[in-house]
Each structure stands twice: as C-alpha cells, then as structure tokens.
Design a protein. Structure first.
Length: 290
C-alpha cells in the first residue's frame, strides 16, 4: 500500500507550483515511505519541476540541512527537519509520553504497536514497534495510511466531528483486500460502533491475516489527541483482552501528557468546556462490539 500512496503523492506533485514556497515543498513532497533516497533526476520527475529548478532548490535545502546527500549522489531527508518536527505538539512530546506504554504493550501482546495522529484525511504513525518473532508488519514511524483502512484511522475518524466524517466518506475509499470497508453506509455503521464500544476492531483491512484493535488517546483536557493500536494474527487474537490493555495504556499516556505539561504549562489552571476526567471516563467497562 505505501506504493499506492507514493503514486498518489507523485500524481499530486505534477500540479503546477505557482510560487517559490510551493516549488520548495514539492521537492520535499517527492520523498515518501518507498522513496527515502532519490537522485536529482528522480526528484525532478516526482516533483514535476525542471531539472535545473530541482537542482537549485535541492542545493538550497542541502545547505540548510533539510536534505542530505550520500556518497552515491542520492538525497534523503535531513536531520534539521527532525529538529523542527520535535517542536510539533503532536511530535516528540507525544512519543516520549507514549513510548513506555507502547513498549509494555509490545512485550505483553507480542504484537505490532502503533501510535497515530490525524493529518488531513490520513493517519500518520509517530511511533511504531514491530513484532520481531510472531507476525511483523511493515508499518514504520512516519508512514501515512488511509483512515478508513486502519485501526488507528477508524478511531480518529470516529471521534472527529460529523462534518469531517462526511467529507472523508465522500472521497473514494480504496480497497486493499476483499475485507476493506469501502461502502460509506457500512463505514458509518462501523464508526458508530467504535464510538459506542470505545475501541475499533478491524480484520484484514490492509493484509488478510491481520486483526487490529485500536483505542483513542485523550489529551489532559479530554480531546482525542491520537490513537494507539495492536496488530496481531487474527487466529490468535482476543479483541476484548487487547482492548482492555490498550485502554489502560491510553489512560497512562494521558496521565503522562498531563505530567509533561505541569502546573505551569500553557493553559494551567484553565478547564476547557466539556472537559470530563479522562481516567475515570476511560476506565469504565469495555463493551463488546455488536
């Protein structure tokens, strides 16, 4: 599936870039999960820019540190962008709060564990731990996946506002296996089930042998900030047990996020409208899906 996402990325890059910023972003957008290292000619082709323009912009990005050049003359994303990404509220702070909980989940379930956030109509993994011995998947940190076909995406879509959901459902829903939900009416029912149960269960949406269970992660004020999931072989899966472990991990991540903010952090002493104590709300009984 990353190949399909890269194809979509390349197609969108062919649109005319009207200004300097757009052309610069087109160079960065040429890179993807299956295109981590590119030659200058590949960058030119994938960005839709002339070779001379691509050469000039790549030189500027290398000088700034956004791109790096290897001994073979290929370019990859540079460390300077990682430094900027660390400033994102949903970036490294979230990963630092979540990683001990994700690591424990990984060891307890022997599954593939993901932490995802919403970015437009996709879910982006900001952390991923692969199962080494049992059933490894190819999901990696930084991967971008369609929301309708992943556990974390279903959770994030289910807890989004209705207008956003309808916009997502109006778009083409790609089918990756015979089990992928592509019918908008069926997907609406699935999202309602996720909201009712508090977790998502999906079988064979991306690869047929897999079952994924996912739950939301709330920020300290009660809003859904991310989603976490465990992917295991469907044959050995116990969805309710996994949902309980994920819910406990989610509560702990929320607690750690609150501790990171501290009493002197932004918005200290303030309470958002509609806030409910997250730990109390999420430790209620996990209900079975209908």
């Amino acid at each position: 599936m990353p190949d399909m996402l890269d194809a979509s990325r390349e197609a969108s890059a062919q649109a005319p870039r009207a200004n300097a910023a757009g052309r610069l972003l087109a160079v960065l957008d040429a890179f993807g999960p299956r295109n981590r290292a590119l030659s200058l000619s590949e960058i030119s082709r994938r960005s839709g820019l002339s070779l001379s323009t691509a050469h000039r912009l790549v030189h500027e990005l290398v000088s700034w540190g956004a791109l790096e050049r290897d001994p073979n003359g290929c370019y990859s994303i540079g460390v300077r962008l990682l430094e900027l990404a660390a400033l994102a509220p949903r970036g490294l702070d979230l990963r630092e709060a979540a990683f001990p909980c994700l690591d424990e989940l990984h060891h307890r379930t022997r599954g593939n564990v993901h932490l995802g956030v919403r970015d437009g109509m996709h879910v982006v993994y900001v952390e991923a731990i692969r199962a080494c011995a049992t059933h490894p998947t190819n999901g990696k940190a930084g991967d971008r996946w369609p929301m309708h076909a992943t556990g974390t995406g279903l959770v994030l879509l289910a807890y989004s506002d209705r207008e956003f959901q309808e916009e997502a459902l109006r778009r083409p829903l790609e089918r990756y296996t015979p089990l992928t939900i592509t019918d908008p009416a069926q997907l609406r029912r699935k999202l309602a089930q996720v909201r009712q149960c508090g977790y998502a269960v999906a079988v064979g949406q991306i690869t047929l042998p897999d079952l994924v269970v996912a739950v939301p992660v709330h920020d300290p004020f009660g809003s859904v900030a991310a989603a976490i999931s465990v992917v295991v072989e469907a044959a050995r899966a116990r969805p309710q047990a996994l949902a309980k472990m994920l819910t406990d991990a989610s509560v702990e991540i929320t607690r750690r996020l609150a501790a990171q903010s501290g009493p002197s952090g932004p918005g200290a002493g303030q309470r958002r409208v509609g806030f409910t104590p997250v730990a109390a709300a999420m430790r209620t009984r996990v209900s079975a899906p209908a």
